[in-house]
Design a protein around this ligand. Structure first.
Ligand code: GAR
Length: 218
């Protein structure tokens, strides 16, 4: 069977999009990037995608005003024109309607810069530092109607240090994002993600009892 084709939705710099594009350049990767769509005409990610030889489209939300379904209808047309099977949201900063979410149920992923269900929404690193958490990270999950929620496929974590700033923490979490997003999409595309009782179970997961304890002290 042919590899699933993926549409990636972005709004900005597109570093996660590029991590997916680069992973898919490996002939053994089980998915193909069919299209990158941005709702911002000046998103820097667009030129990065073009330079990598990926088809791009701009579907701006502003002309549709408050009619989110019509905006999503325009995105749906672009996605259909490239016959995509899966969607990856990669720094796509628009809330999606239940109509669009339902249409792509089980076929749309998002990456969020926090260990969900903690710190949904914006400014996750600042809020993690304010809360004093000792471990922070990123999550790839199926998109459900509620913001930053849905069955979790993969997470990665880092220790939060006492001298971390929003910037140092964001940089480490972003590196994690670039590892877990290609991994999670690869698992889904290879048919290795099973839904059991509303949770994701991964086929072929190997035993690993690694633990992370913070702070790390002598
Ligand atoms: C990433 O950190 C991503 O996790 C976050 O936006 C950034 C986009 O960066 N997404 C969200 O906050 C969604 N709730 P990128 O454009 O370089 O991938």
């Amino acid at each position: 069977m042919a590899n699933p084709r993926v549409a990636i939705l972005i709004s900005g710099r597109g570093s996660n999009m590029m991590a997916l594009v680069e992973a898919a350049q490996n002939p053994s990767y089980p998915a193909e990037i069919a299209l990158v769509i941005s709702n911002q005409a000046n998103a820097t990610g667009l030129s990065r995608a073009k330079a990598a030889g990926i088809a791009t489209a701009i579907v701006e939300h502003a002309p549709f005003g408050s009619d989110r379904e019509r905006f999503e209808g325009a995105m749906q047309e672009a996605i259909e024109s490239r016959t995509a099977d899966l969607i990856c949201l990669a720094g796509f900063m628009r809330l999606l309607t239940p109509w669009f979410v339902k249409r792509w149920e089980g076929r749309m992923l998002n990456i969020h810069p926090a260990l969900l269900p903690a710190f949904r929404g914006l400014d996750t690193h600042r809020r993690a530092l304010c809360a004093g958490v000792k471990i922070h990270g990123a999550t790839v999950h199926f998109v459900s109607a509620e913001m930053d929620s849905g069955p979790i496929i993969a997470q990665g974590a880092t220790v939060v240090r006492g001298d971390d700033t929003e910037q140092t923490l964001a940089a480490r979490v972003l590196e994690i994002e670039h590892r877990i997003y290609p991994m999670a999409l690869g698992l889904l595309a290879a048919g290795r993600v099973q839904m059991v009782g509303g949770r994701c179970v991964i086929d072929g997961e190997v035993e690993n009892h690694q633990v992370m304890i913070a702070p790390y002290v002598r």
